[in-house]
Design a protein around this ligand. Structure first.
Ligand code: 5AD
Ligand code: SF4
Length: 485
């Protein structure tokens, strides 16, 4: 059966053609009372379980879904096998992530046989892909409901429909709708919070599926963001991470009152939150005004995640990254001049179509030239519908793997070198919780390095000063300088 032939239940499948279109309309913000009255007590006596894959944006979407479920009376459970509603909030960034999800959905077939009343939901970025929805329809008919990244607020209404429908309910909006403020939310951490400042991405890097799955760049209004961060500060949150696929583009789409990321950060820096982070920034839009604001420090931490992707001009051009190696290095130099102790981390893809050994060496030399503290490194994974997927000269898997291993070896060396420099120094640590190392607590430095140390449990959620005694490759060990109050 092809798309569009069903009737009786909601059946709106994704379309890349419309996902690609960028409208000119301005962001419209409205308050939504999204849950119909009769659905408000729907979940009483029932439980939900959400399995989240992928990036912080998905983690944050999960927190909104938790808020919606709990507004409907559902309770969270950690026991997937017993849950009344099971949600897979999926990631589409690489094939490997998708394979994992399909594996899990396959396992659910048996559970649905034993407990047919369980509602199985697939949402998130994979749901925005044409091919994925086709595959779910034909191979996984035990899925009850599919919705995408643009209509999370429709969860209560769609869930109600799924309970009564005999067929799979599919509602995926290919074009993003309005930004919706004041959604219910249940955050996972009392001390740290994600705050979305914008949605979507207009960069269309040739390897990336995100502009299709997350839609056009839309910024939240500065006053809504400031209000949310102020509320978090009042609740005692110690660290806020501002989220966006490309935070540097913040505000450009606000037609009536264009704003900038630098200006937003400046406003947020006056709020009494001890630490403000952001992710992810694109080197192209990282301007002097932003560097100047970050150089004021205070609650703006000296850590910048600045994805470079490749060190070769030719590859950067074919990735459509819109900067050269030289421009990236100049940007790093400007940042270092303004913030000498800044910690830089990055994302790198190896084995992009046509990447030669020499071009890969350019990436290795750039990594050394910058001296990144750490990096997320990936083997290129073709994403159907993106320009790079139909480029010629795909690099064999074995070579990609080999380059990844060699890149990771360089990163290991750089990370250890950077951590070694901290031996004996005193760092400010935000204590996050119990460490994986027995009897210890762990936390993060302003530069996001993981530190393990001995301290009483009541210090969780506090800032402490820790002397670094044992730098390791991926974490630090230390001892507290004085007890927390
Ligand atoms: N293959 C491999 N890595 C990818 N990324 C994005 N798309 C792909 C792809 N098709 C990486 C980029 C990006 C990070 C979030 O994921 O490095 O910065
Ligand atoms: Fe993907 Fe590029 Fe947008 Fe990042 S900036 S989400 S890599 S298209």
């Amino acid at each position: 059966m092809g798309f569009g032939e069903r009737s009786g239940v909601t059946f709106v499948p994704p379309s890349y053609a419309s996902a690609k279109r960028r409208g000119k309309q301005s962001t419209h913000v409205y308050d939504a009372s999204v849950i119909p009255d009769h659905v408000r007590s729907f979940g009483v006596g029932r439980t939900y379980f959400i399995q989240t894959y992928g990036c912080q944006m998905n983690e944050h979407d999960t927190e909104v879904m938790q808020g919606l479920f709990e507004a409907m009376g559902y309770e969270a459970t950690d026991d997937r096998a017993q849950a009344d509603v099971i949600v897979f909030n999926t990631c589409a960034i690489r094939e490997h992530a998708e394979d994992k999800v399909f594996g899990e959905i396959g396992h659910m077939r048996q559970l649905k046989r034993e407990r047919p009343d369980v509602v199985l939901i697939v949402c998130g970025c994979m749901a925005q892909e044409e091919g994925v929805v086709q595959r779910l329809l034909t191979k996984h008919p035990h899925v009850d409901l599919i919705f995408g990244t643009h209509n999370i607020h429709r969860l209560p209404a769609l869930l109600e429909e799924a309970y009564f429908a005999k067929e799979m309910v599919v509602e995926v909006w290919s074009k993003e709708g309005d930004i919706i403020e004041h959604m219910p939310i249940r955050r996972n951490d009392a001390h740290k919070a994600w705050v979305n400042i914008m949605y979507g991405c207009d960069k269309f890097c040739t390897y990336c599926i995100v502009p299709y799955t997350r839609g056009k760049e839309r910024s939240r209004l500065p006053e809504d963001i400031v209000e949310e961060v102020r509320t978090l500060a009042r609740q005692g949150v110690q660290e806020v991470t501002l989220l966006g696929q490309n935070v540097n583009a913040y505000g450009k789409d606000l037609v009536d009152h264009p704003s900038s990321f630098a200006e937003l950060l400046r406003m947020l820096s006056f709020i009494g939150i001890p630490r403000i982070r952001f992710t992810t920034s694109h080197p192209k839009d990282f301007d002097d005004a932003l560097i100047a604001v970050l150089a004021r420090r205070g609650n703006l931490v000296e850590h910048i995640h600045l994805p470079v992707q490749s060190g070769s001009d030719d590859i950067l051009k074919r990735m459509s990254r819109k900067y050269t190696r030289g421009q990236y290095l100049d940007l790093v130099a400007a940042i270092r001049r303004a913030i000498p102790d800044v910690v830089l981390t990055t994302d790198i893809i190896v084995g992009f179509p046509g990447e030669t050994e020499e071009q890969f060496q350019d990436t290795l030399s750039l990594v050394r030239a910058v001296g990144f503290d750490s990096a997320f490194t990936f083997a290129y994974s073709p994403r159907e519908g993106t320009p790079a997927a139909s480029m010629e000269d795909h690099v064999p898997e074995q070579i990609k793997k080999d380059r990844l291993t060699r890149l990771n070896a360089v990163m290991t060396e750089l990370s250890k070198k950077s951590n070694d420099q901290l031996l004996g120094s005193i760092v400010e640590v935000f204590v996050e919780g119990k460490s994986k190392i027995e009897g210890m607590l762990s936390g993060r430095t302003r530069t996001n390095k993981l530190v393990h140390f001995q301290a009483p449990e009541h210090c969780i959620g506090r800032m402490m000063h820790v002397r670094i005694t044992e730098p390791m490759t991926w974490f630090l060990k230390g001892e507290i300088v004085h007890e927390c109050a």
